[in-house]
Ligand binder design. Structure first.
Ligand SMILES: Nc1nc2c(ncn2[C@@H]2O[C@H](COP(=O)(O)OP(=O)(O)OP(=O)(O)O)[C@@H](O)[C@H]2O)c(=O)[nH]1
Ligand SMILES: [Mg+2]
Length: 259
């Protein structure tokens, strides 16, 4: 009772519970990573350790928040898909967003040394984030296709751009050479000048990283007759596969199963 005079202030808090039966996408993105990656001399255009560090943070998110059903990462961004029925923090947007961003950032700092044992962390990595809801699982597939198509376009351009710059062209010249070129022309440029077959570059660079759970059967031990005793358990997988086509989703129908 003593505090009742002030309690009206709570009424100014917004009800930010996200609509029910919507899939929730939380996308985080590194702030000023152009500068951060240059401060830390990341390989251009793709730094394998940097990407593996991002994947380790996303895997930690996955293990900590069981209602995340899928995650997709490329460059300095990661999208986390929360299942449509989640009741985590009553689906409050501010809670889901703030804990995702802070958890991911602290994981990035904690895991830094593991991926860059020789490099000191010289400036602060930090991330922004946004939340978007989609009522249908096919929209989530479209959302993920959009991100993976973006990954392909950027990676192909950046691979060409940095090969040109690394072999003596100025930034302006490289931009001019690539202006208006199509997919095939970029592939030809890489093959004809540098003997690089774009499709043979690491899948993590070309396809980004997808994280999901899969049921796997494992042999625990052998019984008295030497027969394997198997147990099925859920494993977190980090893959670099095509998620635009139907094949992946047909193989993993449970990931985006609607209620
Ligand atoms: N060298 C290198 N740079 C990377 C790598 N991954 C991400 N980056 C950098 O991070 C940037 C990510 O793009 P943006 O998110 O649009 O740019 P940003 O500088 O983070 O700017 P804001 O997100 O608007 O704060 C890229 O343009 C690269 O400069 C990497 O593996 N190697
Ligand atoms: Mg960024």
């Amino acid at each position: 009772m003593a505090n009742s005079k002030y309690e009206y202030v709570k009424k100014s808090e917004l009800d930010d519970r996200l609509p029910q039966y919507n899939w929730i996408v939380v996308r985080i993105d590194g702030c000023h990573f152009k500068r951060f990656t240059s401060d830390h001399e990341f390989e251009k255009p793709n730094d394998e350790c940097g990407l593996n560090l991002m994947n380790s943070c996303a895997t930690a998110m996955f293990e900590n928040f069981p209602d995340i059903v899928f995650a997709y990462g490329v460059s300095d961004e990661y999208s986390f898909i929360w299942k449509e029925t989640t009741e985590f923090y009553e689906r409050r947007e501010s809670k889901l967003l703030s804990l995702s961003v802070s958890f991911f950032t602290s994981a990035y700092v904690m895991n830094w040394k593991k991926f860059f044992p020789q490099k000191e962390l010289k400036s602060r990595p930090y991330f922004d984030g946004r939340v978007v809801c989609y009522p249908k699982s096919w929209m989530i597939k479209d959302y993920l296709s959009w991100r993976q198509a973006d990954c392909h376009i950027n990676n192909q351009y950046n691979t060409c751009f940095w090969m040109l710059v690394k072999t003596g062209k100025t930034v302006g010249e490289a931009q001019e050479i690539l202006k208006g070129t199509h997919k095939e022309e970029k592939n030809d440029l890489l093959f004809d000048n540098y003997s690089i077959n774009y499709n043979e570059l690491p899948a993590m660079f070309r396809k980004g990283s997808s994280i999901y759970r899969e049921r796997v059967e494992e042999t625990v031990k052998l019984d008295d007759n030497g027969e394997p005793i198997k147990r099925s358990r859920t494993k977190v997988i980090v893959g670099h596969v095509d998620i635009i086509g139907d094949q992946f989703w047909k193989k993993h129908p449970c990931i985006l199963k609607e209620k």
